[in-house]
Ligand binder design. Structure first.
Ligand SMILES: [Zn+2]
Length: 128
């Protein structure tokens, strides 16, 4: 496990939230002392090391991550419910672009808004 807790908007354990939760599910409860447990891993420079993880802060991160995922999913559903693959961003039917008409750069409303969603939610998709 990487023990570089890359910070991400208010997260205590950054990109490691899921890995730490997975570790915690298999952790012996006796290994949790005063609300903390240790993980062994690799530092960004490639050395072995240990990091202390606070269970309450990890739960806080997990809750924030669930909220972000729910919002991202809702926004994605909105894109597909409220945009059309049949109309261009210019307002012309996509069909009319194929016969030489339209704005010259046909992009369906749905393609455009889905692209925007992907750009804004790259964190949720695990893309940096
Ligand atoms: Zn157009």
């Amino acid at each position: 496990m990487k023990i570089d807790f890359k910070m991400k908007n208010g997260f205590h354990y950054g990109v490691n939230v899921e890995n730490l939760l997975a570790y915690l599910t298999e952790c012996d409860l006796n290994d949790i002392t005063e609300g903390e447990f240790e993980v062994e891993g690799e530092t960004p420079s490639g050395c072995s090391g240990y990091a202390t993880v606070d269970v309450t802060l990890l739960a806080d991160d997990a809750l924030d991550l669930i909220k972000e995922l729910r919002k991202g999913l809702k926004d994605l559903v909105d894109v597909f419910e409220h945009t059309s693959p049949d109309y261009c961003m210019c307002g012309t039917a996509m069909e009319q672009h194929t016969v030489g008409g339209g704005c010259g750069s046909p992009t369906s409303q749905q393609d455009y808004h889905f692209g925007e969603w992907k750009r804004l939610n790259s964190d949720l998709l695990g893309e940096d």
